[in-house]
Design a binder for this molecule. Structure first.
Ligand SMILES: Cc1cc2nc3c(=O)[nH]c(=O)nc-3n(C[C@H](O)[C@H](O)[C@H](O)COP(=O)(O)O)c2cc1C
Length: 373
């Protein structure tokens, strides 16, 4: 139903995104998007690039008088760093960084200069995704569906997550520069990042994305590509450096007996309820009305100050990597990108379920559907 494309290089003039398939009549402001862009730029352990960029969107089509028109929505985010780069004569990059896209991209496209790969592979592209996700989030808000995140683990420091409602966890996470809702764990994570910086190294970690207010019945069991849990896994796994995803505590569940895992069903005051959510909000690839809970594992940032062994492709001789300005840890930012991708997939599934060319039509269908779901 919904589609988007992004374009742009890390140090090119701008990032662009085009969204197609939005209903008409959705209230949207540039500030709705800028708020999310600011959230992506935060986080302890980021590189100096975040001090240069002040990401702001310009919407150049698809919006009139503060409402979507149903036409394609075009978004543009300027790269302030472009001004610093355009005059520079950059030497070709011929020593691929292990863990980055340099070598695989150069082999695929036949490049001698791997800058042509890294400029597009770079996670600067995630700014465009967060902008797109902000629009999806605005649609979800109309149906009281909320998406938030927190960081669970950084470089082996595992957070003690307080037993609080999700919206409180999000509020605490939002106040933390490592997006961790527990202050003591956040402090330990910050120390770990500082240690890694001093050791001239980098870190990864694990974040959790949660969506609340998700109605039962999004997605379907009938075909592999309509299973919504699988589509979410694809979307979150498509984020740079994300190498594992989990719906609910999937790996922990795998070690337990069935009777300890499956969420039993009760009838209370005429309503079907669950007292646990070990399924993470999905059964049969369909949302079951419980909060959607997803975790994602991010590998350590591939660019390290400490050189790694590689080969100079220009000479075929052994060489070591050259440091390029880089984050030490970007798990808090990746969590915000995770929210964007989850919002996108949920908005698409909601539109598929409700149909309609305008928000008013979607809402009318929602009213009828929610009478029995
Ligand atoms: C928010 C975010 C920021 C990132 N920052 C950097 C960075 O500063 N330096 C770097 O080498 N990789 C960074 N990465 C990871 C690389 O973009 C990624 O590892 C690379 O594109 C190769 O893709 P792959 O890890 O998915 O195979 C970042 C990823 C995310 C999600």
């Amino acid at each position: 139903m919904l589609r988007f494309l992004t374009a742009g290089e890390s140090h090119g003039p701008a990032l662009t995104a085009v969204i197609e398939g939005l209903p008409a009549g959705l209230p949207l402001t540039e500030e709705d998007i800028n708020l999310q862009l600011r959230r992506r730029q935060m986080g302890y352990g980021r590189s100096g690039r975040q001090k240069i960029e002040r990401d702001k969107v310009a919407v150049s089509s698809g919006l009139a008088h503060g409402l979507t028109t149903g036409g394609p929505l075009a978004l543009r985010i300027e790269n302030r760093d472009w001004a610093n780069w355009k005059a520079k004569e950059m030497p070709p990059l011929t020593v691929p960084r292990p863990g980055h896209a340099d070598l695989a991209g150069a082999l695929k496209y036949g490049f001698d200069d791997m800058r042509l790969v890294l400029e597009r592979a770079s996670a600067r592209e995630t700014a465009a995704r967060v902008a797109v996700g902000a629009v999806a989030r605005r649609l979800l808000k109309e149906f009281d569906i909320r998406v938030g995140s927190y960081v669970f683990e950084i470089g082996g420091v595992v957070a003690e997550i307080p037993d609080l409602p999700y919206d409180e966890l999000w509020t605490h996470a939002e106040a933390s520069d490592v997006r961790c809702p527990d202050p003591a764990s956040a402090e330990a994570m910050r120390r770990r990042i500082s240690e890694a910086r001093r050791a001239k190294d980098s870190l990864g970690g694990v974040f959790v994305v949660v969506a609340t207010g998700v109605p039962p019945g999004l997605g379907s069991h009938v075909h592999w590509d309509r299973r919504l849990d699988a589509r979410l896994a694809h979307a979150v796994m498509s984020i740079q450096a994300i190498k594992g995803v989990e719906i609910g505590p999937a790996f922990e569940n795998a070690r337990r007996m069935g009777t300890q895992v499956h969420d039993e069903i009760f009838m209370e005051n005429g309503r079907l309820i669950r007292r646990t959510n070990r399924a993470g909000g999905f059964e049969g690839g369909i949302t079951n009305g419980q909060p959607l809970v997803m975790r994602a594992a991010m590998k350590p940032i591939p660019t390290t100050v400490t050189p790694l062994r590689s080969v100079d492709l220009a000479t075929g001789e052994p060489a070591t990597t050259q440091y390029q300005r880089s984050d030490v840890c970007a798990v808090p930012a990746a969590a915000v990108v995770g929210e964007a991708m989850v919002s996108w997939v949920l908005a698409d599934a909601l539109l598929a379920k409700l149909g309609g060319d305008s928000l008013a039509e979607m809402k009318a269908h929602w009213k009828v559907w929610r009478r029995h779901a």
